[in-house]
Ligand binder design. Structure first.
Ligand code: PGA
Length: 221
């Protein structure tokens, strides 16, 4: 089943989140929720609210984190441990290129984050920048996101994504392969042709409920 993961990054307040979810549900027919896995990764500040709202309205929407602490619970000021996130989220994005470059996350730290997430029972969506990025054991999804495609309006070509996926298949076994980078309702159709693509990690276009709904609709058709 295709998975669509919305990465809201450092955007939205509680009010925005509620408006987004209402609008997204209104714009999306019920069968699309049966045919796709919809995951929203809000900032940590909105996880509790989103989780309560989804439960109260009985919605088929899943939640994920955008990051996780490399440490367990304890004296780690400012960190959110995987076991704490698991109270609200089922998925965890780890190794996003913005965190690697702007927050200087190292491969070593990233491996610890994956361990923490796995131990807590989060499904790991592991971001790679190219086919050479080391992938730790036991991740559930690999999201190929070339940094040049993120937020630039220049997605990678379906042909090149196919080549990267082929190389990933040779090295990794059971992980599901996703693509992310400048996806929009206008270009999502191009990616239906990529062999073994299982879904998408969406930044900018996931901030607008109408655009995110259109992405799901256009890919499903
Ligand atoms: P974008 O971001 O869709 O805005 O290019 C993708 C991502 O960073 O996950």
């Amino acid at each position: 089943m295709p998975i669509f993961i919305a990465n809201w990054k450092s955007n939205k307040t509680t009010q925005d989140a509620e408006a987004f979810i209402r609008e997204f549900v209104d714009a999306t027919s019920a069968d699309l929720f049966d045919k796709n896995v919809i995951v929203i990764c809000p900032p940590f500040t909105l996880l509790s609210f989103c989780s309560q709202f989804i439960r109260a309205n009985d919605l088929n929407i899943h939640l994920g984190t955008q990051n996780i602490s490399p440490f367990p619970t304890g004296a780690y000021t400012g960190e959110i441990a995987a076991t704490q996130a698991k109270e609200f989220a089922e998925y965890g994005i780890i190794g996003h290129s913005e965190r690697r470059t702007l927050l200087h996350e190292t491969d070593e730290e990233i491996v610890k984050k994956v361990e923490q997430a796995r131990n807590a029972g989060l499904m790991v969506v592991f971001c790679i920048q190219n086919e050479l990025t080391p992938v730790p054991e036991g991740v559930d999804y690999i999201a190929y996101e070339p940094p040049s495609a993120i937020g630039s309006g220049n997605p990678d070509t379906p042909e090149h994504i196919g080549e990267v996926f082929e190389q990933l298949h040779l090295k990794n076994k059971s992980e599901k392969l996703l693509y992310g980078g400048s996806l929009k309702p206008e270009n999502i159709h191009d990616f239906t042709s990529v062999p073994s693509i299982e879904g998408f990690l969406v930044g900018g276009a996931s901030l607008d409920a109408g655009s995110f709904a259109q992405l799901v609709q256009r890919f499903t058709k």
